[in-house]
Design a protein around this ligand. Structure first.
Ligand code: TMP
Length: 223
């Protein structure tokens, strides 16, 4: 199933990948390069991006919260997204800005469906349920270009350890969980190969940044 593409004048780009794959670095690198070329760029992240959504993020990522019902987890991610779209993303896209977001719906599908093995049901029903609920949360706004930074989660977790950062609630789910998430992302990339660009996240960050910039500029020229 194809995710809705935004029909607004702006351009919506996302970065996706397992934890530690370098999305935040690439989000900022792409934004800086595009700004240097005169584009108006907004960067954001999910969950989060507004005061309400950042509070939801705290609940979702706090390791002390432990486990929660599958539907609670899904709906909190979608509630954060609803707030983010309604108060930040929609108006930026209406004004013609380039919006670069660190994670969006693909993360919900990869983590809550593939990572959680379909949650309360099978994979197909979980994918359908989340895509439907996501329509409510976004009103159909979704990225037109997505970079999937593919990385072995063992390497991602090692990077998090090297940065001496305490793993958040989802990272604490362990390697097998993140391997299912990675496989989920790869499946989504195969299904939506026109939108999702697969990038080898193990390459040096400057090389990735060059490739990402070149693909984004080509996309912008074609619009
Ligand atoms: P971050 O640390 O990359 O900002 O992401 C926050 C965590 O939330 C990360 O472990 C991935 C997870 N996540 C989901 O499980 N579902 C989602 O829909 C999103 C956006 C993030």
């Amino acid at each position: 199933m194809t995710q809705s593409t935004n029909q607004l004048p702006g351009t919506f780009v996302t970065f996706e990948g397992v934890d530690g794959s370098g999305k935040s670095v690439q989000t900022e690198a792409l934004a800086e390069s595009l700004r240097n070329q005169g584009y108006s760029v907004l960067t954001s992240r999910e969950p989060g991006g507004t005061p309400v959504a950042e509070q939801i993020r705290r609940i979702l990522l706090d390791p002390q919260m432990g486990s929660m019902a599958w539907s609670t987890e899904v709906l909190l991610y979608l509630a954060s997204r609803a707030e983010h779209v309604a108060s930040v993303l929609r108006s930026a896209l209406e004004q013609g800005e380039i919006v670069i977001c660190d994670r969006f719906l693909d993360s919900t599908l990869a983590y809550q469906v593939f990572g959680r093995d379909g949650g309360d049901g099978d994979l197909v029903s979980a994918l359908q349920a989340i895509r439907r609920a996501n329509e409510l949360s976004t009103g159909g706004i979704g990225p037109e270009l997505t970079f999937l930074l593919d990385l072995d989660p063992t390497e991602g977790l090692a990077r998090i350890r090297d940065a001496e950062r305490t793993p958040d609630r989802l990272e604490g789910e362990g390697l097998a969980f993140l391997q299912r998430v990675r496989a989920g992302f790869l499946q989504l990339a195969e299904e939506e190969s026109e939108r999702i660009v697969l990038v080898d996240g193990a390459r040096p960050p400057f090389e990735i940044a060059e490739e990402v910039l070149s693909i984004t500029l080509t996309h912008l020229r074609r619009k």
